[in-house]
Design a protein around this ligand. Structure first.
Ligand code: NAP
Ligand code: GCO
Length: 264
């Protein structure tokens, strides 16, 4: 019997007050897991808790900055006490800054690397010892198209998400023998607040050129939704993927397979 169930598991999804993180947490809850999430702002945690409650999910929310090792260690200890040992970690919290590289300050570059790459290192490091003791664990890093591709203005984000792909492979290499699987999900272009500026209609009501560009670039001919990530995230958190390790599963409607529309 193939086992996609997450019954009895405790899942921590970082930055999951809304967006992709919330969709993944909702899927995990539907598959039977107990949901724990954090966010950097208390008001977002409250908003997240209310949104989960509305869906009938009893989530546990914590205020914690993923770049702050002390806060992360304290949160993980508190979760272990109040909810249980974390079986599944999804490193979802992330930011993007769209600034041409020659105009970007080193401080701005560092901030993106800090949240999108150092954060997953810090949170993974905090949960791995208990996973090793328990004899199993799943770590899922939310990567990006930018783990593979570059584009104008996203140098820091691409550097961080490319690094996150390699951190994924390294965690898989280092802890596979403890029955810990670490994989990535590489979402394509997903309609969330993070990408809202790329979809904003023009002053004359016409489509944002980037919006039209993405639809043309995606064989599925549409933006993804957070719900598109639910099935792949459950697969990578479940026993069904126990021999999948160090892989990045791109959920991109086919973008990475496609050379682009040929000129008419
Ligand atoms: P989002 O809407 O911006 O959500 C990210 C969440 O992380 C927010 O709640 C954010 O809080 C939180 N966060 C930011 N910094 C944090 C910190 N230091 N500590 C804890 N939480 C923090 O993003 P999303 O679009 O749902 O994306 C989620 C993940 O998927 C990100 O890693 C993103 O890079 C990745 N991704 C997104 C897409 C896409 O097309 N949307 C595609 C590929 C990958 P604030 O609201 O306060 O910033
Ligand atoms: C951008 C986008 C992206 C996506 C995503 C793609 O400005 O190009 O925000 O980078 O959000 O990560 O997978």
């Amino acid at each position: 019997m193939i086992d996609f169930s997450l019954k009895g598991k405790v899942a921590l999804i970082t930055g999951a007050s809304y967006g992709i993180g919330m969709a993944i947490a909702t899927a995990y809850s539907e598959a039977g897991a107990t949901i724990v999430f954090n966010d950097i702002k208390p008001e977002l945690v409250d908003k997240g808790l209310a949104a989960y409650a509305e869906k009938g999910i009893k989530a546990h929310g914590y205020v914690c900055d993923v770049t702050n090792e002390e806060q992360v260690n304290a949160m993980v200890a508190q979760i272990e006490k109040e909810v249980g040992v974390i079986d599944i970690l999804v490193n979802n919290a992330g930011i993007i800054k769209r600034i041409p590289m020659h105009e970007m300050s080193a401080a701005e570059f560092r901030q993106v690397i800090d949240i999108d790459l150092n954060g997953p290192f810090i949170v993974s490091k905090a949960v791995i010892p208990s996973m090793m003791k328990k004899g199993h664990g799943k770590i899922i890093n939310i990567c990006s198209m930018m783990s593979e591709l570059g584009r104008e203005t996203v140098s820091a984000y691409a550097a961080a998400k490319g690094g996150l792909k390699m951190l994924t492979r390294n965690i898989a290499s280092e802890y596979g023998e403890y029955n810990i699987q670490c994989n990535g999900i590489g979402p394509g272009y997903i309609a969330t607040p993070q990408t809202a500026p790329l979809r904003e209609p023009q002053a004359d009501g016409s489509r944002h050129p980037f919006d039209a560009f993405i639809v043309a670039k995606t064989p599925a001919a549409r933006w993804g939704t957070p719900e598109d990530l639910m099935g792949p995230a459950v697969f990578l958190a479940s026993e069904a993927s126990n021999f999948v390790n160090g892989h990045v599963l791109y959920v991109d409607g086919g973008i990475l397979a496609y050379i682009g529309k040929q000129p008419k």
